[in-house]
Design a protein around this ligand. Structure first.
Ligand SMILES: [Zn+2]
Length: 431
């Protein structure tokens, strides 16, 4: 859901997003009214500098305030798709083992957009952004400039979308000509470009609802829904949101107070910037949940560079202890410093005398003596210096292109924020 949220001053100005922005908004609200959906009069649509479209409140909202309630029949789910003109495509695809929630909702959006004003959802579909800032929208040249840890995530996402698209094409090819206009081939409507738009729409705007039974075979639970109007709330990592869901409605409550005439934010979850960027295409400066990932290879490389005997020759017992206690997972730096597993991983590899019982106890209690902390910190400092130098180099490379997409600009902010976090951790070690 939502768009860019960098923590700038929460200034807002009410102006049209594009020339017909206001009429699109009026049409959406009118349509929701026709669907017996009552929107709170104090919540209004506006354009905010820094975050783009969002919702603001015209009156002070105390903690725990009710924000919005959507009747379930206004939400687009797998059930909605199965009752639509394209439901049978998926129901009759007996050769396909299963579909994903996202894949079906994306196909639905493409179809309904093609129907234009004949679509029941026209007012909602018209209100959707035409472009997104997720890494999927970046050019090949830009992707090649990304640091490996971001590049890998983008590539994985791309692969998922491509496979998902291919499956949809396999299904619709059987029907060939569009039954709505009778002119276009379905493959000309369901292009990869339109699928990318639809996929981004679902990925950035869908909400999780209670799982329900699906008539079509799904990979995973049936838990995604598109929520008209409600999906205009932008994310902040400084607020909490409570959801109340019944069989008939989906409601949001803000756990934090909100001043009048200011943007109302909700929380998409305590996500690190990497996840926010890959999934939603934005990052939050000073994100308290942010982490910089570290790989086992990076640690081993730093450790091997100072040891006469490479640490990879350490006994099988040490490696077993690491794996059994999952010390090779969640390796990262956060605002609090190196994660516990990062410290424990270094310690198990670095400690001279291998005593399984003692080490097991340390891992269990999460406590190190001052001497042990020094041993760990000496590696942590080398690791930090190595990463800071690399991130600086990568940022210099990323700053080279004069012109770039919005998504690539966000990637630069992501790397810059990570560099700042690493420098902060480095400073704090010496405090
Ligand atoms: Zn058509």
């Amino acid at each position: 859901m939502g768009r860019v949220q960098r923590r700038r001053k929460w200034k807002w100005r009410k102006r049209s997003i594009k020339e017909d922005g206001d009429s699109i908004c009026i049409q959406l609200v009118q349509w929701l009214g026709e669907q017996k959906c009552i929107l709170p009069s104090n919540i209004q649509w506006a354009y905010f500098s820094g975050t783009g479209r969002g919702l603001y409140t015209t009156m002070y909202l105390p903690e725990g305030s009710f924000l919005i309630r959507l009747p379930k029949h206004i939400m687009i789910t797998i059930h909605t798709v199965m009752q639509s003109g394209i439901g049978s495509w998926f129901l009759n695809a007996s050769e396909v083992e299963s579909f994903s929630n996202q894949q079906i909702l994306a196909a639905f959006l493409i179809w309904e957009r093609h129907l234009g004003l004949d679509s029941r959802w026209a007012a909602y579909i018209n209100s959707l952004p035409e472009n997104y800032t997720t890494p999927l929208t970046m050019s090949k040249r830009e992707k090649a400039l990304l640091p490996k840890y971001i590049h890998d995530g983008v590539q994985e996402q791309e692969q998922t979308v491509l496979e998902s698209y291919k499956l949809v094409i396999t299904v619709i090819k059987k029907f060939s000509l569009c039954k709505h206009c009778g002119k276009l081939l379905l493959t000309d409507i369901f292009t990869f470009h339109s699928f990318l738009w639809a996929w981004n729409t679902v990925n950035t705007r869908a909400v999780y609802v209670k799982p329900t039974v699906s008539v079509v075979r799904l990979r995973g639970e049936n838990t995604l829904a598109l929520a008209p109007f409600l999906d205009l709330f932008n994310h902040s990592c400084y607020v909490n949101t409570r959801v109340e869901e019944t069989d008939e409605s989906y409601s949001l409550f803000s756990s934090d107070a909100c001043p009048s005439n200011s943007q109302v934010f909700i929380s998409y979850g305590p996500h690190a910037n990497y996840k926010l960027y890959i999934e939603y295409g934005f990052v939050v400066s000073n994100n308290p949940h942010d982490v910089v990932p570290v790989t086992v290879e990076q640690i081993d490389k730093v450790m091997n560079s100072v040891h006469a005997v490479p640490s990879v020759t350490f006994s099988k017992a040490r490696n077993k202890l690491i794996k059994n206690n999952r010390l090779n997972e969640n390796l990262c730096f956060s605002n609090e410093g190196p994660s516990f597993t990062l410290q424990a991983y270094i310690f198990v590899r670095e400690v001279r005398d291998f005593d399984k019982k003692v080490l097991q106890q340390k891992i269990f209690t999460c406590e190190f003596t001052n001497v042990e902390k020094e041993v760990i910190n000496s590696v942590v400092i080398r690791l930090l210096c190595d990463k800071i130098a690399k991130y600086q180099q990568q940022l210099d490379i990323m700053l080279q292109p004069n012109q770039c997409s919005e998504s690539f600009s966000v990637a630069k902010i992501l790397v810059y924020n990570h560099l700042q976090l690493l420098e902060k951790v480095h400073r704090n070690i010496f405090v």
